[in-house]
Design a protein around this ligand. Structure first.
Ligand SMILES: [Zn+2]
Length: 181
């Protein structure tokens, strides 16, 4: 099953990229280990973008940098300086605002339209995630053994899905019974 493509499909694309790396019963799983995984993930989120085998490294590098920034923002002991440089480089490859550059013919305007579809997708993902981060809307699922990231809805909850919510409630139920015994 394409677990990584199906994880929390209602989440924004950036969160879905982060959730291609997840914990499964104490083991770190990687849903972007091969070019075929990347093709399937892009087909799920942005089917019009053509990806090549060689694009895998860029997606993995951005994903891992964003994970570090999220961990840092959530108070985990992660360095943020290098990951931030990776993110800034990705955004600079496809700037959403024009940039003025000097050419032999004089000053010219350059925009993100010069970027390839893959560069634009990477930059979109980076900007989307950073906006969610700055708005304080990202949370990590508190259900045991999950750790998926999700965006906070107005109604505060501590888990990523109804399935995890049920697991948390069942665990609390057993906890209470053990304390009563
Ligand atoms: Zn969860």
């Amino acid at each position: 099953m394409d677990h990584f493509a199906l994880v929390l499909p209602e989440e924004p694309t950036a969160v879905r990229l982060l959730n291609t790396r997840w914990w499964d019963r104490g083991r770190l799983r990687d849903g972007l280990a091969e070019p075929e995984h990347l093709r399937r993930w892009v087909a799920a989120v942005r089917p019009e973008v053509p990806v090549q085998d060689g694009d895998l490294a860029a997606f993995r590098s951005l994903r891992d940098a964003l994970h570090a920034l999220v961990g840092h923002a959530l108070g985990e002991d992660v360095a943020a300086e290098e990951p931030l440089a990776v993110v800034n480089a990705v955004v600079a490859n496809a700037p959403s605002r024009p940039e003025y550059v000097l050419t032999p013919a004089g000053v010219a305007r350059r925009t993100g339209r010069d970027a390839t579809p893959v560069e634009r997708l990477l930059a979109d993902v980076a900007e989307e995630l950073l906006e969610l981060l700055l708005a304080g809307r990202l949370a990590r699922c508190q259900a045991h053994g999950c750790g998926h990231l999700y965006t906070q809805k107005p109604r505060h909850r501590q888990w990523c899905s109804a399935k995890c919510g049920n697991r948390v409630r069942v665990a609390r139920h057993y906890q209470r019974h053990r304390e009563d015994a």
